[in-house]
Write a protein that binds this ligand. Structure first.
Ligand code: GAP
Length: 449
């Protein structure tokens, strides 16, 4: 039984109508499981990423930033195990040409046998045997399309960090334990993408690799589990919708000694799903890159005068999935006392909301629009604000509620004389009168939390 209501359909429609997420190449019928982020979506995604960057890099002394390229030397992916191991078993239907994961529970019978039935067209005996399908996208580097020039679009940002481990360590003179963080695109030719932006073929990752002395890895693993769960709670994701899922031995990725997912309850048929993975990768990656490149990736500890290959504890989150979690978590419909029409609200944390304040003249006369525009212009250098003078004031409030704007500032009949405005709170619907001079501080304090 679903634990939470399914709001996905409503969110897909809201996301398109209000400019959070559009289907990629929509005028051509769309591209399979690729999405574009519109004016509000890009703000929300950036706010998530900036909050992560601040927590992981800027506010700490022991993590350095990096922005590695998407295209890497092809040997990288042999060393990392992705060429041989980043595969899903796949079956094709000869009749309807649809593809499925071989372990898709909708398949009846064993693929490749006469009794197996295709879950899409219903034909029996048309499903081929399972084949291993590599999830990496291939492309060609340089003008000649020969095999020597094949490169991959990275399926994770992590490898850019491993190959740069010594560059970062030596240029910053960091001492172990320390970390390297990056945010960037990753690509996986997922067999069963879907559920809106939950699983897509092009997505972003916010990854951090923390390099530690072998033997201290499980302590750091516990530390990062706690830190990362707290960070997700700090986004406003409801604590009862967040949980850890421990990977059993047969679930562990080829590089992992231990792994926990942070899961969020998306409701409906999705239920609890991974939004971040925390992995103890041991010395797997650095050892592999040393083997394949012939270059040492060891750390020299001056204190103890010893050389070793560090272990890595990795935190790997997806801003696209977190964005979806925030929409699901925040969406609510409620009745409003004394009003016939209810309202839809996106209860986003004020720090993450794409627009911090709507600025409205109560009516389009008596100098109110001019004053409201002046206020909007004065706030703009510090906050994203939206000026709106069209339609009834109630409708303008509703339009901001459904995109998560925490404050609505209204210039009314009393404003000119007292140089004051009303500020309406999205969640409590309380209105306070405050002076124009105090507005910046008022909003600043409330979004800083
Ligand atoms: N370096 C480790 C690694 O890549 P992962 O668990 O495969 O770990 C980390 O990916 C995060 O990236 C996931 O928790 C998820 O948020 C995001 N992610 C992975 N595949 C995705 C996809 N196809 N679409 C959207 N996000 C994805």
């Amino acid at each position: 039984m679903p634990t939470q209501p399914d709001v996905m359909e409503k969110l897909v429609s809201l996301a398109k109508r209000r400019g959070f997420v559009f289907q990629s190449s929509e005028i051509y019928g769309g591209t399979g499981s690729v999405w574009d982020y519109g004016p509000l979506g890009v703000e929300l995604k950036r706010n998530i990423q900036e909050r992560w960057w601040h927590a992981m890099v800027r506010s700490r002394g022991d993590i350095e930033g990096l922005d590695a390229a998407i295209l890497m030397h092809p040997r990288t992916w042999e060393a990392s195990g992705h060429v041989s191991g980043f595969v899903d078993p796949l079956v094709d239907c000869r009749n309807c040409k649809k593809r499925f994961r071989a372990d898709d529970p909708k398949i009846k019978g064993t693929p490749g046998t006469p009794g197996a039935q295709c879950p899409a067209c219903g034909m029996k005996g048309t499903l081929g045997e399972a084949r291993q399908f590599n999830l990496m996208f291939k492309t060609f580097m340089g003008p000649a399309e020969d095999t020597a020039a094949i490169v991959y679009l990275r399926p994770e940002t992590a490898q850019g960090t491993y190959v740069n481990f010594l560059n970062v360590q030596q240029s910053t003179r960091q001492r172990i334990p320390f970390g390297i963080a990056q945010i960037g695109k990753a690509f996986r030719n997922e067999i069963t993408p879907g559920n809106f932006i939950f699983r897509t073929r092009e997505f972003e990752q916010m990854e951090m690799q923390f390099f530690v002395e072998p033997g201290t890895d499980m302590e750091w693993f516990e530390y990062w589990k706690t830190q990362r769960m707290e960070w997700h709670r700090g986004l406003g994701l409801s604590p009862d919708r967040l949980t850890f899922h421990e990977h059993a031995a047969d679930e562990l990725a080829h590089y992992a000694r231990a792994a926990f997912d942070v899961q969020f309850d998306f409701g409906g048929s999705l239920g609890f799903q991974e939004i971040e993975g925390i992995h103890n990768r041991g010395d797997f990656d650095l050892t592999q890159h040393q083997k394949f490149s012939g270059k040492k990736l060891e750390y020299f500890d001056q204190g103890s005068n010893k050389r070793f290959t560090p272990f890595v504890v990795e935190t790997a989150a997806g801003p696209n999935r977190i964005l979806l979690a925030l929409l699901v978590n925040g969406y609510r419909e409620e009745t409003v006392e004394g009003e016939a029409e209810g309202r839809a609200v996106l209860g986003l944390h004020p720090a993450l909301a794409p627009i911090k304040a709507g600025v409205f003249p109560l009516v389009k006369k008596d100098g109110m629009p001019e004053m409201a525009k002046r206020i909007a212009d004065s706030l703009r250098p510090s906050f994203s604000v939206f000026y709106d003078d069209s339609g009834a004031i109630g409708r303008r409030y509703r339009r901001q509620d459904e995109i998560g704007t925490p404050f609505c500032i209204t210039v009314d009949g009393e404003s000119a004389a007292g140089n004051s405005v009303t500020v309406r709170d999205r969640d409590t619907l309380q209105q306070e009168r405050i002076t124009v001079a105090a507005l910046g501080e008022y909003i600043g304090q409330r979004i800083a939390a």
